[in-house]
Design a protein around this ligand. Structure first.
Ligand code: MEV
Length: 451
């Protein structure tokens, strides 16, 4: 009932808009503000988040469309990430309280035990031209060498810059997928995009391949372009040849102070069980991997990379065996404990937003302007750190103790508690269940007593 009232009130106000994109940013802002209970206050608030530097606002507004304001998220740093012998302070953009504290605590813990060891292999990104071909498939397969040379020739202007940087198209293969769909083929194209994520480059080359393939069928004796129907040309986010591996390792006796109140042996036993459960149980695996992505995504956002792309690839990788599994693994050989993570991580440190967004550029500078490989290792280390921290809490104290501390400080911020009030409330709730209502009630009482 309530919902119906809301919908009908909204539909009185919202109309299908023609020419919306041509409206000025201020007109768009007023339109959205007009939907709020107090349109003037809403407009003032939305404007208040505009960047004071007009040039920066221009950049931010240019990144997307119909921008009416900015949406700030906390920009945080996690210190003490020792990765392959080098210490990093890692910028993390994230809204979830306790992720940065957890990453920092795990980084500090492992810094005292040799730190993170990380490596990358090939940096191959992939894309596909999906098409239908109704002609003779054997002839098509036989013509592949001349097709590939025609495609490469036709896209030289697009690829020459990348080739000068040592990258370009690494291979083009025909994939017969008629088992899925009548006449369905793919050109599977592997790219080396060096330190760029390369999405625009890959998609442009693939779209050009569709045009060039049509020309080939049109011009080549024995082929007919009417047999060819290009369907779509797009990169894949399943970058199974652009992997990062990160691990931490130590003697089990050195794990002692990871255990908190639990004995070291129990901690280890419970930790190993927790990871193994995530290996086999999809419900647990999804949450386990979410904990990894807490760290990974925060670094990716801070450095102007595409976290949805990495998420999609990570989950596809987690399901590569046919069952969705944990991205991290644990190994106990003799007295050696090793905790590791392997996942696709197609990141860039040039192009895209990485230098357009001022804070993305600043993050890269804080990280010492890493190349793509190094950034992959840093993001992977953040993922493993958060995974370790989450599991450590889960199998010892539970995560709510830490979460509730952060939750309480968020509530106190919302309720505009003074430093004195904050100290009172924190000590009162040290061993009590935190909820917004309970804190608000307690603070109200405190304030009444104070007057
Ligand atoms: C919360 O953001 C992440 C965790 O749920 C991860 C996990 O359960 O492993 C704590």
């Amino acid at each position: 009932m309530l919902f119906c009232v809301y919908v009908s009130k909204m539909s009185e106000k919202i109309k299908i808009l023609k020419g919306f994109s041509k409206k000025s940013p201020e007109e768009k802002l007023l339109l959205a503000a007009g939907l709020c209970a107090d349109p003037d206050a809403a407009a003032v608030e939305l404007r208040s988040f505009h960047h004071q530097n007009k040039d920066i606002q221009k950049i931010l507004s240019g990144i997307s469309e119909n921008t009416i304001s900015n949406y700030p998220l906390p920009y945080n740093i996690a210190p003490n990430f020792l990765i392959n012998g080098q210490v990093y302070i890692v910028p993390m953009v994230i809204e979830e309280s306790s992720v940065v504290a957890a990453a920092s605590a795990a980084a500090r813990f492992w810094a005292g035990r040799g730190g993170f060891r990380a490596k990358t292999g090939k940096l191959i990104k992939k894309g596909q031209l999906h098409f239908l071909y109704a002609g003779d498939r054997n002839k098509l397969k036989g013509a592949m060498p001349s097709i590939v040379s025609h495609l490469k020739q036709s896209t030289r202007t697009l690829t020459q810059n990348m080739e000068r940087r040592g990258g370009g198209v690494a291979s083009v293969e025909l994939n017969d997928r008629q088992n899925l769909l009548d006449n369905y083929f793919q050109l599977d194209v592997r790219f080396d995009t060096r330190d760029a994520m390369g999405a625009n480059f890959i998609n442009s080359v693939l779209e050009e391949y569709a045009v060039a393939l049509e020309t080939f069928f049109n011009q080549k004796e024995g082929f007919d372009e009417r047999d060819f129907e290009p369907l779509m040309a797009i990169l894949t986010n399943y970058n199974d040849e652009c992997l990062v591996e990160v691990s931490v390792s130590c003697d089990v006796d050195a794990l002692g102070d990871a255990a908190g109140t639990v004995s070291a042996d129990d901690f280890l036993r419970r930790f190993v069980m927790a990871v193994n459960i995530a290996e086999s149980d999809v419900y647990r695996a999804a949450t386990h991997n979410k904990g990894i992505m807490n760290g990974v995504d925060a670094v990716i956002l801070a450095t102007g990379n595409d976290f949805r792309a990495i998420e999609a690839g990570a989950h596809a990788w987690a399901a590569r065996s046919g069952q969705y599994r944990s991205l991290s693994k644990v190994n106990l050989t003799g007295k050696q404990f090793t905790f590791s993570l392997e996942m696709p991580m197609a990141l860039g440190t040039t192009g895209g937003l990485t230098h357009l967004h001022p804070l993305a550029a600043r993050s890269l500078e804080i990280l010492g302007n890493p190349d793509a490989r190094t950034l992959m290792m840093i993001a992977g280390a953040a993922g493993l750190a958060n995974n370790f921290a989450a599991l450590r809490s889960l199998v010892t104290t539970g995560i709510q103790t830490g979460h509730m501390r952060m939750h309480l400080s968020n509530i106190l911020l919302q309720l505009k508690a003074s430093p004195g009030e904050t100290a009172h409330v924190e000590s009162h709730f040290a061993n009590k269940k935190v909820s917004y209502q309970a804190v608000a009630r307690y603070l109200e009482k405190l304030r009444k007593h104070a007057t």
